[in-house]
Ligand binder design. Structure first.
Ligand code: TYD
Length: 143
């Protein structure tokens, strides 16, 4: 999950293809431990009713791994390791973006009625957040 220097990089963040079980009455996608996700799932939450033009995120996690899915609609995620940034477009319920700890992320351009489903390795803990970009950058430089 880390590069040779032992720090997280944006190349550790990747799109994971999820299974899509087709059925005449509707499709089904599953996220299962040791198959689509390598961490123990501790928490699921979803972000919705995002007003047009609003952004989310704007933080990094110290320990928590996250898998983000556009369960409905679409949005963009910018991941930033302090040196490089990459923008991902999520717009399919059978694709997830893995974000590893130590990555600054921002979410943008939510379509109307978009639902961002998030599957986490840890329970909610405000102490796991880094919410100031300057603090994030000083932590990156210390590594
Ligand atoms: P935050 O993680 O900052 O949302 P986003 O990254 O989508 O912009 O969380 C927003 C608020 O919700 C913040 O006050 C913390 C709270 N919160 C919880 O109480 N439990 C949770 O599991 C999460 C994810 C957030």
């Amino acid at each position: 999950m880390s590069d040779l220097h032992g720090i997280s990089t944006i190349s550790d963040c990747m799109v994971v293809q999820l299974p899509k079980i087709h059925h005449a009455n509707g499709n089904l996608t599953v996220v299962q431990h040791h198959e689509q996700v390598q961490f123990d799932i501790a928490r699921v939450y979803y972000v919705y009713d995002v007003p047009a033009g609003a952004d989310r995120g704007g933080h990094s996690h110290k320990e928590c791994y996250e898998l983000l899915v556009a369960a409905t609609g679409s949005f963009e995620v910018v991941v930033d390791d302090g040196f490089n940034k990459r923008r991902f477009s999520l717009n399919r319920p059978d694709q997830a973006l893995l974000i590893v700890p130590g990555i600054w992320r921002t979410l943008h351009n939510f379509s109307s009625a978009a639902v961002c489903l998030v599957i986490d390795s840890h329970r909610y803990d405000e102490n796991d957040y880094v919410r100031e970009y300057e603090q994030f950058m000083s932590m990156v430089k210390q590594k």
